[in-house]
Design a protein around this ligand. Structure first.
Ligand SMILES: [Zn+2]
Length: 237
């Protein structure tokens, strides 16, 4: 009698345990299925869904700043302004770098159409001084300075950040401790290094180890994980 009872108890325990495992298993499966479904959708749409989110707007030579584009700007000091919606994330990133003993400096941020036009003309002038014709100079300049209307600086979502100890915009910038830190951690704050060295063919812009673009935390993490550039991520490469 006593034996039977404990036998019954054991059976009940086994059933209970199996039920728990079954429920747990189903729960995990449904979670995985959701994740799988989401990934499949992403793949079908060629990367992330470009749902028109303000933080995922693509601006490059083929995709100019939308007609009538406006943005609410926030002053971040040093004469720099960015889209008010990214000011806090940017400040958090800069503060985190500073807490590591680094000294990053934002040297360029929001630009108006006129300002971008001036930068582009100046670059063309530099090439013409080297003997380039106007057309060739304009093409060469576009590798370094986006023609007006095609710079994401005009969105207020991009910043150029340099080391206070090396405020030069060339490839040596990547060797500074500030860039090393930013390249490793920027995604945690929703930023990406927009023009990586191995993506120039796609972005149309030469390697810029100082130009960071806000895309939001989820996109930044996925872009970092996948090792893609924004064009690839949005399926518009
Ligand atoms: Zn830039």
């Amino acid at each position: 009698m006593e034996k039977q009872k404990s036998g019954k108890k054991r059976t009940r325990l086994v059933i209970l345990r199996s039920s728990v495992l079954l429920v747990l298993g189903l729960w995990m499966l449904s979670g995985q299925a959701q994740e799988f479904g989401r990934q499949a959708l992403d793949t079908l749409s060629g990367g992330a869904a470009d749902d028109g989110s303000w933080n995922l707007i693509l601006v490059n030579a083929e995709n100019p700043v939308p007609e009538g584009f406006t943005v609410e700007l926030e002053d971040i000091g040093g004469g720099q302004r960015v889209d008010a919606r990214i000011a806090e994330a940017l400040e958090d990133m800069l503060q985190a770098a500073r807490s590591e003993g680094l000294d990053p400096v934002v040297c360029s941020s929001y630009r108006t159409q006129d300002y971008q036009a001036g930068l582009y003309e100046r670059k063309i002038g530099q090439y013409m001084e080297k003997g380039y014709g106007r057309t060739a100079a304009a093409a060469a300049a576009a590798r370094w300075v986006a023609p007006p209307g095609t710079s994401e600086h005009q969105l207020g979502l991009a910043v150029d950040i340099v080391s206070s100890s090396f405020q030069v915009l060339d490839s040596r910038q990547e060797k500074t401790a500030e860039q090393q830190w930013l390249m490793e951690h920027c995604w945690e704050y929703g930023f990406i290094l927009r023009y990586p060295s191995d993506k120039s063919d796609i972005t149309g812009i030469a390697y810029e180890p100082w130009h960071y673009r806000y895309v939001g935390k989820q996109a930044a993490r996925e872009i970092a994980e996948q090792g893609v550039c924004l064009e690839e991520y949005l399926g518009k490469a």
